[in-house]
Write a protein that binds this ligand. Structure first.
Ligand code: NAD
Ligand code: PRE
Length: 367
């Protein structure tokens, strides 16, 4: 049993994993280090870790297992640092980075035979960062990719599955390159598209200042992930550069295809384009139970007057709908404010939308 584990990077993912480890294995002693001492302090206060390490080295040296949970370029540097330390013989090191090939190759290059490295990637998360958004059940029912050698490292893969059993994730062993292309398609490239759509709207706003105000549910839904950490996504794209370049080409072809249908007014092809996409999208597995519970956001366009928050919470209380967070996120002199309310469950968000429609004429959007 690995009794002492050390998390390096105590943000959303490191914090959520540490919570899951402590929940499942109360006897394991969890230490943690974060380059930002405030984050580390918060992790300790929230009970996410048992002790703050004074440095990455200090935490790593005494650990039986080290989990690197920093942005992926930082992960490479941390690996360099670890490779020069007198770590425990047989120490198990893993990471949580969204890219796997560069990290796995780097591990092979720099670690001695006394170190076991198995790359990892829990396939759930959020556009929110930091330990304050961490949840023990963030990864429930999500896939958790492990990039280890199925035969040679089978024992250690089992150890990691056991260590992270509290996540209730579905573990899958995958080749790093295969992982990077697949996540490029379903995660990395979509973040580019989301940011690209926002840039398109920003440019259009120069022509029509109403653009921002016209943005309704569709724009908000598809651009939610444009609110993610810019530094984290810069690092991911740089590490997955080759696949990204390949996906840009495929995307240009994809856009050319639908552009041609529109240009030639091929109504049958346009219909098929949408219906095929709908069929695939409707067939995606339901959102995992328990994961990202605080992120069912409802936006309400509200008049900007004092007492609006208590008015809205009053309506929700009447219908016994509980909320996890509420705040005004935008106020401007000439227009309404936008209130964002977060719910633990999708059904609460839907009930809240119906409740607002029942008691007011304010417009609502899902975010
Ligand atoms: N956010 C997601 O949805 C998601 C999902 C799966 C995997 N990941 C991966 O998880 C990793 C962490 O992402 P996150 O969402 O938790 O980000 P985050 O910003 O919430 O947390 C990262 C933490 O790492 C710390 N850090 C940065 N450099 C460090 C260093 N050199 N030493 C110690 N601490 C350092 C930061 O201060 C921060 O607290 C990234 O590699 C990301 O690719 C993210
Ligand atoms: O839900 C979100 O906001 C996410 O972006 C989570 C998400 C993704 O689905 O792309 C982001 C990065 C990861 O490595 C894994 C999951």
């Amino acid at each position: 049993m690995r009794n002492r584990v050390c998390f390096i990077g105590l943000g959303l993912i490191g914090g959520s994993l540490a919570m899951a480890v402590k929940k499942e294995h109360p006897s394991i002693y969890v230490t943690g280090y974060d380059i930002n001492s405030e984050n580390a302090g918060l992790a300790l206060t929230l009970g996410v870790i048992d002790e703050i390490a004074g440095s990455a080295a200090e935490g790593a040296i005494g650990a039986d297992c080290i989990i690197l949970s920093a942005p992926v370029q930082q992960t490479l540097q941390l690996m360099e640092e670890l490779s020069r330390l007198p770590l425990k013989k047989g120490v198990l090191i893993t990471d949580v980075g969204s890219t796997k090939e560069t990290i796995s190759l780097h591990a092979k290059k720099i670690f001695s035979d006394d170190v076991v490295f198995i790359g990892g990637h829990p396939m759930a998360g959020s556009h929110k960062s930091g330990v304050s958004a961490a949840k023990a059940h963030l990864f429930e029912n999500a896939f958790y990719v492990l990039c280890g050698e199925k035969d040679e490292q089978a024992l250690y893969i089992e150890e990691l599955k056991n260590l992270f059993a509290g996540t209730k994730a579905n573990f899958v062993v995958m080749d790093p390159k295969e992982h990077d292309l697949a996540t490029g398609v379903i995660s990395h490239f979509p973040h580019i598209i989301a940011a690209g759509l926002v840039h398109q709207a920003v440019r259009h706003e120069e022509e029509n200042p109403l653009t921002r105000r016209l943005a309704a549910g569709g724009f908000r839904d598809i651009t939610r992930i444009a609110s993610s950490s810019p530094g984290m996504w810069r690092d991911i794209l740089l590490q997955n550069k080759d696949h990204m370049l390949q996906l840009f080409e495929r995307w240009f072809e994809e856009m050319q295809r639908i552009r041609n249908y529109v240009d030639t007014e091929d109504s049958h092809a346009i219909y098929r384009y949408f219906s095929d996409a709908k069929e695939f999208r409707d067939g995606l597995p339901a959102r995992q139970q328990g994961a990202i519970p605080a992120f069912y956001d409802l936006y309400i366009d509200v008049p900007d007057f004092p007492g609006i928050i208590s008015e809205i919470t009053g309506f929700l209380a009447k219908e016994q709908i509980s909320i996890t967070n509420i705040r005004i996120i935008e106020t401007r002199e000439d227009v309404n404010g936008v209130l964002r309310i977060s719910f633990q469950r999708e059904e609460d968000r839907i009930r809240a939308r119906d409740c607002i429609a029942k008691y007011t004429s304010y417009e609502t959007f899902f975010g």
